[in-house]
Design a protein around this ligand. Structure first.
Ligand code: CP
Length: 315
């Protein structure tokens, strides 16, 4: 493929190939992520129109560890603030001939639109409520390393499903890999049509967690709610916040995940989030660098092959 825009477009074998490559970037002692020169001589531009800590930092680190020239465009200081459109901004950067463009945008579909216009490989770092493919891939790698497999697991995704691109990318990926996916949350935060993805839907958290191998918690995405009814944070925590008592309903060895940023005492108990016997939240962050290295490495290989083929055709 030329771009990584969503999990929707990936075949299960492509997912496995990417995770296997990501695994090779993780040192066995887990203290560091290996370096390589896969992107030597290439330019990577990170363009984040929405806030980010994990995704932006790990894409930057991943590019540097692969030997790319990495530039972070500061949207707050850019001409976007003078009214320049996303497309004009993208075409301006495209004229500087980047090889890889990493884009996060608040509108669903914006990254796909941009990918049609530019001459480089585009990686979706999260677009509105649509997709966050590298998050689902790093979650998959974390699950595979913790559970020893990525199939026939029961995964409970809990919280604000309706506004979450993380939930959407994860349920598509986990479904493709033949897992059982349960979605747990208040009906007002459950999107219409989730049944078409083959998920089971629960309002009662304890019933939804029964026998789960993996419990994935989500943040309330208030910035995307447009006035949707939500309970008070206190009531929400009482009904849908993960704590040690509710976790008893999942399997004894169930792992606890959260993509971050996390709101302690709203969707998850802080002590549980920090419990290294159950929580793999820090491993998720660590795997984010390896997965983003693998994604950019594979796209760079495709880019080099396409350029090689074009050069051969031109001669
Ligand atoms: N999980 C995630 O996308 O985090 P950031 O918003 O900090 O990048």
């Amino acid at each position: 493929a030329k771009h990584l825009l969503g999990i929707e477009h990936l075949h299960p074998t492509e997912i496995v190939t990417l995770l296997d490559l990501a695994d090779t970037y993780v040192d066995l002692n887990r203290r560091t992520i290996k370096h390589s020169n896969a992107l030597a001589g290439m330019t990577q531009i990170n363009m984040f129109f929405e806030n980010s800590t994990r995704t932006q930092a790990s894409f930057e680190l991943a590019g540097k560890r692969l030997g790319a020239d990495v530039m972070n465009m500061s949207v707050a200081q850019s001409s976007v603030k003078k009214g320049e459109t996303l497309m004009d901004t993208a075409m301006t950067l495209n004229a500087m001939h980047p090889d890889l463009l990493v884009v996060r945008h608040g509108s669903s579909g914006a990254v796909n639109l941009l990918a049609d216009k530019v001459n480089c490989a585009v990686l979706n770092a999260g677009d509105g409520k649509h997709e966050h493919p590298t998050q689902a891939l790093l979650d998959a790698l974390t699950i595979r390393r913790a559970k020893g497999r990525l199939h026939r697991l029961t995964v409970a995704i809990c919280g604000d499903i309706a506004h979450s691109r993380v939930a959407r990318s994860n349920l598509i990926l986990l479904g493709k890999m033949e897992n059982r996916v349960r979605l747990i949350g208040p009906p007002t935060l459950m999107p219409a049509g989730v049944a078409e993805f083959g998920c089971e839907v629960y309002d009662d958290m304890r019933a939804g967690l029964e026998g789960a191998d993996v419990v994935m918690m989500l943040r309330l995405q208030k910035e995307r709610m447009d006035g949707a009814f939500i309970p008070s944070e206190r009531e929400y925590y009482h009904r849908y916040g993960l704590d040690a008592e509710k976790l008893l309903f999942a399997k004894e060895d169930a792992i606890v995940m959260h993509p971050g940023p996390m709101n302690r005492g709203v969707e998850i108990d802080g002590t549980l989030a920090d419990d290294i016997n159950r929580s793999v939240i820090q491993e998720q962050v660590e795997m984010g660098v390896a997965v983003r290295m693998a994604a950019m490495d594979l796209l760079a290989r495709n880019l080099k092959a396409a350029r090689g083929a074009k050069a051969a055709g031109d001669t």
